[in-house]
Structures are given as C-alpha cells and as structure tokens.
Design a protein around this ligand. Structure first.
Ligand code: PSU
Ligand code: MN
Length: 305
C-alpha cells in the first residue's frame, strides 16, 4: 500500500534531482488569515522560496489525494473556500477517505512532507499549549508531531495567545530540539523577545542542516523546531499586542470556544482588534521564515549530493 500523493511537476522534478524543496502548510491559508491576504501571502511565500533557490510545495488535501505543490487555480480555490476541513494528524485519513477538501496544520503538513521526502517546512507560528491547559487540556497536536516526524520546521516561535513556558516544556518532553535563530531568547511571534531563554541557539543554516542529518543517522524519530525572530522592522510593541491578546482570550472564554476552533478564533479576533497590523507582521515573518527554510533546505541537499 502506498500513500495517495500527487506531486506538482516542478516539485517532482526538484525532488528527483535532489534539489532543495520547502514544504508550506495550508491551514494558515484557510483558517489563519482572511481572504484575500491569505492568497496574496501564499503566493508571495512561494515566490520568496523560489527567489532563494528552492522549490515551494504547498500541501493540501483534495479529491482523495495529498497534493504536494498546488496549481495557481488550486491555491485560489483553497483560499476562497469557506468549508475546507482543518486537518491535523487525527483528521488526515478521514479527509482523504471522504474525498473532502482539507487544509493541513503544522502536524499534518509534517506528515505529508515526510511521506513526500521533503525535509524542511516553513510556516508562521506553531500550535502549542494553550493558556489554561491545566483545565482544558488544550495542547496542539503539533507538539507531539514534532516528536514523531523527521521534518525541520521554521516558525517565528509561538504566539503569546499560548502558554510559552509550558509549550517549551512539552517540546522538551517530546525530545524536540528547539533553536532560536541568531539570538539566545525564544522569540514570541509578533515580538523578538519572550523573556524565556531558548533551549538551543543556531546562527547558520548549515548547523541546523547538520543537526537534521545527524538525527537521521542516529535513527531518532521527530523533527526540529527553528524559532526565527520576526524581522525588527515588522515587530509589534508589546503594549499594542498584549491588550488585543487579552481581549481575544476573554471573548473565547465567554463564548466557550473549544477544540479546533480556538486557534482560528483567537487569530481572527486579534487581526480585527489591531486593525490588520498584526496581519502585516504575520506576513513579514512568514516571508522571513521562507528565506531561512530555503537556506536550510539548500544546505541539506548540498550535504546529500
Ligand atoms: N498559529 C498561528 N497561525 C496559524 C496556526 C497557528 O500563529 O495559522 C495554525 C497552524 O496550522 C497550526 C494550527 O498548525 O493553527 C494549530 O492549531 P491547533 O492549535 O488547533 O492545533
Ligand atoms: Mn487545540
């Protein structure tokens, strides 16, 4: 039995030739940003990967297949879709078996990238341990996936809608190396600082690639998390973002938002409350992560060929 994968021709060609490929997720498109910024960002991220010498592979589920790389029309359909499933590890097989349209989270994108032979994946933020998890048990499946599936994920840290110390603890429990890129502190998505030291620090794409390849030689399951600080010019001051986060969390609690709806609900509220400023920052950091991921993918492919 083989997994139902279908490759965009340029992705298939790049993988066969051992050239660098960067996987991209699709929940950020359907549940992470509003239309049309979601589509513009998805296109811009793909262009950024190309401009940095790698081939982008945006991943989504359509027609009973895992698509590794989307056509322009497929990307547009997904960006406008209002009923795409948010697909994590738990939903992936169900979505495929039903033939439904599914947007892959960080966890599901990692699974699909590994099946396709792609080592590196760029996104904005990962899911984590939600604030109040001691009562709700709301811990993203992304954290378990990082402990299981051998993909290096480049993100801007985790959003301050989450409990960052608990998120780092769960990553450590799951055996996930967490690097801050170019600094000692773990970055917090909209801001370069979180007040928390990162477990590890990396200053070059080459050392991240070397660690990725060494994990494979050791037969260790699981990937790596690279936390790339938002570019300084795009950073949002804490004084601006903290009230929006608090208001969004309070509204989620008042409306009893739970399970898969929590993260999309909070993101949408925060965009609205900051009048799009947080969305502009989100776009800038995803582009920056795409550049770093392309450089890491290039180092991995150079070391293998
Ligand atoms: N965090 C963000 N933006 C996002 C997400 C998280 O800042 O778009 C998306 C990603 O797809 C991530 C998912 O994998 O939400 C996590 O959802 P949950 O917390 O339900 O696991
Ligand atoms: Mn959750």
């Amino acid at each position: 039995m083989i997994a139902p994968l279908t490759f965009a021709p340029e992705v298939r060609t790049a993988l066969d030739a051992g050239r660098p490929v960067v996987a991209l997720e699709s929940t950020i498109i359907t549940h992470g940003m509003p239309y049309p910024q979601n589509l513009e960002t998805a296109r811009a991220v793909e262009a950024e990967v190309r401009a940095h010498g790698a081939t982008p592979a945006t991943i989504a589920v359509m027609g009973g297949k895992i698509h590794i790389g989307l056509t322009a029309a497929e990307l547009e359909t997904l960006a406008q879709s209002e009923n795409a499933m948010k697909v994590s590890r738990a939903d992936l097989a169900v979505c495929l078996a039903k033939g439904a349209v599914g947007a892959t989270t960080v966890a599901a994108t990692m699974i699909c990238a590994a099946l396709a032979g792609i080592a590196v994946f760029a996104t904005g933020g990962i899911g984590g341990v939600h604030r109040g998890a001691e009562d709700t048990f709301d811990i993203s499946a992304d954290l378990a996936e990082l402990g299981l599936t051998p993909v290096t994920v480049v993100a801007a840290g985790a959003k301050a809608i989450l409990d960052l110390p608990k998120t780092l603890e769960v990553l450590e429990t799951n055996g996930v190396p967490v690097f801050a890129y170019g600094q000692d502190e773990f970055p917090a998505f909209w801001s370069r600082s979180s007040g928390l030291p990162a477990p590890l620090r990396a200053d070059t794409p080459g050392e991240i690639a070397a660690a990725h390849l060494m994990r494979a030689r050791l037969g260790l399951s699981g990937g790596q998390l690279v936390a790339n600080p938002i570019p300084p010019e795009a950073e949002i001051p804490r004084a601006e973002i903290v009230p929006a986060i608090e208001a969004a969390l309070a509204e989620a609690a008042a409306q009893h938002v739970a399970a898969k709806e929590v993260t999309p609900f909070l993101l949408a509220k925060i965009y609205a409350l900051t009048e799009g400023r947080s969305l502009a920052a989100n776009i800038a950091l995803v582009l920056s992560n795409a550049r770093l991921a392309s450089a890491i993918a290039a180092e991995i492919s150079a070391a293998q060929h």
